[in-house]
Ligand binder design. Structure first.
Ligand SMILES: [Fe+2]
Length: 430
């Protein structure tokens, strides 16, 4: 860790801690201020962007070459190695280089299949399909009578996985890839997770799905417009782009996020899911642009001259942050899918990385996952944990999600007395 650290001066950039009323005006104002700040370093925006582009282009070429050689782009680590502490330095280097990981055998296959069956019993026993009222949000909304994304948060299966020793072990390893302490501040605790409750997906055999377009999740215009993010991305906005480190948690774990249907109140080091069925790599699976530094590209691209002054390459509030052929063709060349996974494997990707879900027709086999990220304990997650606790105790939908509240009257949801120590710490009960 560095011992000398320059505290960023109170940023002189204009900032809006809640969404500005006049978005185009605010975009113009912040873009012109960031440009001026970069230029004060003695380099032009185009020069700074060229540095980022070259760095990313090198990775894109490397990923394309790996694919052409028929190699897996996604690093794979066996859970047994994580548990025994025998992960090699090369494996860790690959994880940090690609920003994503498949954990093989994270849970025994039989355990995952039992959880899968348990979820079926849980939703069917509580007549979920009879009472299902349709998609509660406009992002994962799907047509048809049965959803693919189930707004179910508190099944025994989900909670057992969230509070399991195996989950905590993997989350600690992932969190440890980040610099979580600097400048005398512990930005988060890598060994305590906040059990961020999310939904499950069950996509049946024969399903047709359009997938999800390439996007990223850390925020929208708040990434340029709030003081916390302006500090987190200080090296992108002041011309010292060589020092930008996608694994630096400084100033990322307290700030607000602009509200919206795609908002995540928690800070996640990695997004992730645990497979509850086997899935082949060509059956509509997750893809990422496995380049953590691509965030620098996404953040600086709107500052170039060919983007209209009131446009952030299509990023706006209340909509997911798009990665597009129009503005980011270089990045999309690196889009790489997961390898075949089996029930009990888990899949992880750096919270800033672009991801998509491939379309599929007549899917072979099930495509079932529990979304469980790594959301380590920090100021921001502690704040959100208060509302998670409340939702857990009442069986309500967590406040980041639509208020569907299906599970309130379900008697067999996971009960407070079933929490272990990890679960109690994660919910802030101890
Ligand atoms: Fe996403």
């Amino acid at each position: 860790m560095t011992t000398t650290h320059v505290t960023p001066a109170d940023t002189d950039l204009p900032h809006w801690e809640t969404p500005p009323e006049d978005l185009p005006a605010a975009i113009r104002e912040v873009k012109s201020a960031i440009r001026a700040r970069i230029e004060a370093s003695g380099r032009s925006v185009a020069e700074v962007f060229a540095v980022v582009e070259a760095r990313v282009a090198e990775r894109v070429a490397e990923i394309r070459a790996a694919r052409e050689r028929g190699e897996d782009v996604w690093p794979v680590i066996d859970y047994a190695d994580i548990e025994q502490g025998t992960v090699t330095p090369e494996q860790l280097a690959a994880l940090r280089r690609r920003g994503c990981l498949v954990v093989r055998g994270h849970f025994p296959r039989e355990q995952a299949l039992a959880w899968n069956a348990g979820i079926v019993d849980y939703v069917e026993g509580n007549a979920f399909f009879e009472s299902y009222r349709g998609p509660g949000d406009d992002f994962f909304g799907s047509v048809g009578s049965k959803p693919e994304i189930y707004p179910v948060y508190w099944s025994p299966a989900q909670m057992e996985a969230r509070q399991s020793e195996r989950m905590a072990t993997v989350q600690s390893l992932l969190n440890a890839q980040w610099t979580h302490e600097s400048d005398g501040v512990q930005w988060f605790d890598p060994d305590r997770d906040s059990l961020y409750p999310d939904r499950i997906r069950r996509r049946p055999p024969g399903a047709d799905s359009n997938g999800l377009g390439a996007h990223c999740d850390p925020g929208t215009l708040d990434l340029w417009m709030t003081q916390g993010y302006q500090q987190a991305f200080r090296h992108l906005f002041d011309g010292s782009v060589e020092q930008y480190d996608p694994w630096d948690a400084a100033h990322r774990t307290s700030g607000p996020q602009y509200p919206g249907t795609t908002m995540c109140s928690a800070f996640r080091t990695f997004q992730g899911w645990t497979a509850l069925s086997d899935m082949d790599h060509d059956q509509g699976v997750l893809h990422t642009v496995p380049i953590p530094e691509a965030m620098a590209y996404l953040m600086l691209r709107p500052l170039l001259d060919d983007v209209p002054d009131d446009d952030m390459c299509g990023v706006t509030t209340n909509q997911v942050f798009p990665a597009s052929e129009r503005w980011h063709p270089l990045l999309l060349e690196a889009l790489s899918g997961i390898p075949d996974v089996r029930a009990g494997d888990s899949v992880w990707w750096h919270c800033d990385m672009i991801h998509s879900v491939a379309p599929v027709t007549d899917q072979q086999g099930w495509g079932n996952v529990m979304y469980i990220p790594a959301a380590p304990w920090c100021e921001r997650n502690e704040r959100y944990a208060a509302s998670v606790r409340e939702a857990f105790l009442t069986g309500s939908s967590p406040s980041d999600f639509p208020e569907e509240d299906y599970e309130r009257s379900w008697p067999d949801r996971f009960a407070p007395e079933q929490l272990n120590e990890t679960g109690r710490r994660g919910l802030g009960l101890d």
